[in-house]
Design a protein around this ligand. Structure first.
Ligand SMILES: *Cc1c(COP(=O)(O)O)cnc(C)c1O
Length: 220
């Protein structure tokens, strides 16, 4: 199957699940998770109409995206992998949205860098809904205080929440928890759902689904 054919199938299933009552009838944006994908494939995805992309590593993204972005200024690039504080300046320079804000030190560094550069990027706070020790994200218990810290103390634009449910568990309770936390704060965007669980995520109100394998094929 070609990328266009895979995208067509994904769009059909987005239509179908957007009609389910819990989804709120809101069609989510498709973000292409392009880690490991070469420039030519990304160009093919842009030609097929995709406008949101996510990269996991600042350095890999710099290598590919400085040129792609100069050709396609309308594309929105999201950071969806963990961000080290020493990479914050590079990340703010390259990305349009940071989805992995998850600790006060990073919030401080982002606020300081954005103030200095005059480039105020929308951020998503990553919530470790499964309380997994190896996984990034604030715990659900810390989430309320951290959201307030980012908005009130740091003045960051918190546009949404993001999560990656634990492998091997039903994802629905994790998506529901993320939505509950977002609703408490009037936060509108929910970045949730990957290749294996995006249909469930749409039903639960995802506004951004992040797709890698179903769109590009299995990673090698
Ligand atoms: C790789 C990745 C995705 C996409 O995963 P697939 O299972 O290939 O769809 C989504 N979100 C994040 C944070 C990722 O690292």
């Amino acid at each position: 199957m070609t990328l266009r054919e895979r995208l067509h199938k994904i769009n059909q299933s987005i239509e179908k699940y957007t009609e389910k009552p819990l989804s709120g009838g809101h069609r989510p944006s498709l973000l292409a998770a392009s880690k490991g994908q070469e420039e030519a494939i990304i160009e093919e995805a842009i030609a097929a109409g995709i406008t949101h992309f996510g990269e996991n590593r600042v350095q890999e993204a710099q290598g590919k995206w400085e040129t792609i972005k100069s050709r396609h200024p309308d594309v929105t690039l999201h950071l969806i992998g963990p961000l080290q504080t020493n990479k914050v300046a590079d990340a703010v320079a390259l990305f349009d949205i940071i989805q992995t804000l998850d600790r006060p030190k990073l919030a401080d560094a982002l606020a300081a860098t954005m103030a200095k550069s005059g480039k105020k990027l929308p951020c998503f706070i990553q919530v470790n809904t499964g309380n997994e020790p190896q996984k990034a994200g604030v715990t659900p218990e810390e989430a309320d205080a951290f959201i307030n810290y980012c908005i009130k103390d740091c003045g960051l634009l918190v546009r949404g929440l993001m999560c990656i449910p634990p492998e091997g568990q039903p994802p629905a309770p994790h998506f529901a928890l993320l939505k509950t936390i977002a609703d408490r704060h009037g936060i509108k965007e929910l970045s949730m759902g990957m290749s294996n669980d995006y249909e469930t995520a749409i039903r639960m109100g995802a506004t951004i689904i992040r797709l890698g394998r179903v769109l590009f094929g299995e990673r090698t």
